[in-house]
Design a protein around this ligand. Structure first.
Ligand SMILES: Cc1cc2nc3c(=O)[nH]c(=O)nc-3n(C[C@H](O)[C@H](O)[C@H](O)COP(=O)(O)OP(=O)(O)OC[C@H]3O[C@@H](n4cnc5c(N)ncnc54)[C@H](O)[C@@H]3O)c2cc1C
Length: 491
């Protein structure tokens, strides 16, 4: 058996390459959506491509995903317009800037906002189907084959004050959840049948090949137990996913993410792409940021409940995106939170029907006592909420009037949302710093010649856990994967 001598964290020096086993203009690591889109665009521009994928088939996390993209602006996509949402580019852009948080990349956001409609059409041209129907009920992703959903905090404070709300989640057509499978089937057909691009499976990219100045010239890969050396005439594109499944990297860069109990991942998000980029001087940014959720909707009636922490206090408007609420839950004392409901809205979360009902009572004081909260706190919180809700307002957390209803019909219940009762699901958002062209840059902002990154290996549009909205990862990975392929081909 051959023992691997190369690691992602150390480049193989050009002078140490014993021979070349093959070459192409573009060497692409990873065959999820970012890798597929980079290959399609590079090939379209005339570059030869070779994809290396460590699994036995294409797909990665993308194939397991909900297949939901985030699109808008430009007056609306056809499905938005058909359903009365003329989504202005400035509203889309403002929302994306808020979603990107304090480190939002204005250049990247504007580029995407202005080109999102064209990108939607490009995906359709690759064979990706969108039915064109609207699903108004709040959900995580459609359980139907509908397209358009509210997939973020668009209609919730504070987002609704700075960007006119519109639904922007666009799900690939498939009956039921998990449309990412259809998405990847269509992209793989485009890659193989239309573009005749070669992919090598069961092949792990081990290390970059770089000269003494850290200019990237190729890749060392392992397949069939042997190490092979491939030359990249124009560049290497790292599309190997994020690092949610690498506990050591989480400990170092995103320790809070160690509390994620369910990795939203195809299983190979071990950070090898990020480490390869760092090995030649690439900067890694926003590495502490991650998406995390306990998706309590559907049913949407639960939005009418209120979340409280162990002090019996509310901490967020419950109509915000479930991922934003997930972030807020994580930072509550002891990481504990409960969703309080009355009899009129009691249902169990569809995606977690075994949720622990931690307390039931005919009076809120009983719930307060059962949960061990300071006497009077929870009762005061509910009374205050009910008083304002009856008047159609929520002056403290600004939940929209559509979701305000006094919690007065007993029996009352508290459902557990703490780490131990319902472990959060999530994935990482930090990654290699890149220009919008996909070129990896060092901490000074200088381009590392011959190196590109896209998808969750890069830090892209989504870079703030509190602002993430469903669909942003696939939109980012596909659009900026394409830009990387295009720039590389022109290099
Ligand atoms: C259940 C679930 C639901 C989701 N729903 C949505 C959604 O609806 N909308 C949305 O925007 N996002 C969603 N996501 C997140 C989204 O799917 C991912 O963030 C996105 O697909 C990442 O794309 P990628 O191309 O960067 O990575 P991937 O699709 O994971 O592709 C990376 C590929 O690289 C391969 N690889 C890794 N290391 C190496 C190596 N060293 N050598 C060779 N190959 C390697 C992996 O095997 C993998 O195939 C969901 C994820 C999951 C798991």
């Amino acid at each position: 058996m051959t023992v691997a001598t190369h690691t992602a964290s150390r480049p193989c020096r050009l002078a140490d390459v014993p021979h070349w086993d093959g070459e192409a203009d573009a060497l692409i690591v990873g065959y999820g959506i970012a890798g597929a889109c980079a290959a399609l665009e590079a090939a379209e521009a005339g570059a030869s491509c070779l994809i290396f994928e460590l699994a036995s088939g294409a797909g990665g996390s993308t194939a397991m995903s909900g297949g939901e993209f985030y699109f808008g602006g430009n007056g609306g996509t056809p499905v938005q317009r058909d359903h009365g949402f003329a989504d202005a580019t400035e509203d889309f852009l403002n929302y994306m800037m808020m979603a990107g948080g304090p480190g939002a990349d204005a250049e990247r956001v504007r580029l995407f906002a202005e080109n999102a409609l064209a990108h939607y059409e490009w995906l359709q041209a690759q064979g990706v189907p969108f039915k064109g129907t609207y699903h108004p009920a709040r959900t995580v992703e459609p359980f139907t084959d509908d397209t358009l959903v509210w997939s973020g905090s668009e209609a919730a404070w504070p987002f609704s004050e700075r960007a006119r709300p519109a639904p922007r989640g666009h799900a690939v057509q498939q009956e039921g959840m998990g449309a990412g499978r259809v998405l990847m089937e269509k992209l793989v057909a485009a890659v193989t049948v239309r573009r005749n691009i070669e992919a090598q499976f069961d092949t792990r990219a081990l290390a970059l090949i770089a000269d003494a100045d850290n200019h990237v010239h190729g890749l060392v890969v392992r397949s069939d137990g042997s190490e092979r050396y491939y030359r990249a005439r124009k560049g290497v594109v790292l599309c190997a996913g994020g690092f949610v499944s690498n506990a050591e990297m989480l400990r170092r860069y995103a320790p809070d993410a160690l509390r994620i109990g369910f990795h939203v991942s195809g299983g190979n998000d071990n950070g090898s792409g990020i480490r390869m980029g760092m090995s030649v001087g690439g900067a890694a940014i926003h590495m502490d940021q991650f998406f995390s959720t306990r998706p309590f909707i559907p049913p949407e009636c639960l939005i009418k409940g209120i979340f409280v922490n162990e002090r019996g206090q509310r901490f967020i408007n419950e109509d915000a995106y479930h991922g934003r609420i997930g972030q807020y839950i994580m930072r509550q004392p002891s990481g504990n939170a409960w969703l309080l409901v009355d009899n009129s809205i009691f249902e169990r979360p569809k995606l977690f029907p075994n949720i622990e009902v931690a307390a039931v009572g005919e009076h809120w004081a009983e719930i307060e006592h059962e949960l061990g909260m300071p006497a009077g706190e929870l009762v005061h919180t509910v009374e205050t909420y009910n008083r304002h809700a009856a008047a159609g307002s929520d002056p403290i957390f600004r939940k929209h009037a559509d979701w305000l209803q006094p919690l007065t019909e007993g029996p009352f219940a508290a459902m557990s949302f703490g780490d131990s009762a319902w472990p959060a699901a999530g994935f990482t958002l930090g990654g290699l710093a890149t220009l919008p062209t996909g070129q990896v840059i060092d901490p000074e902002g200088a381009v590392i010649p011959g190196l590109y990154a896209a998808g969750r290996t890069a830090c892209g549009l989504p870079r703030w856990g509190e602002g993430y909205s469903s669909g942003m990862s696939l939109s980012d990975a596909s659009y900026f994967g394409r830009l990387a392929g295009r720039h590389l081909a022109a290099a």
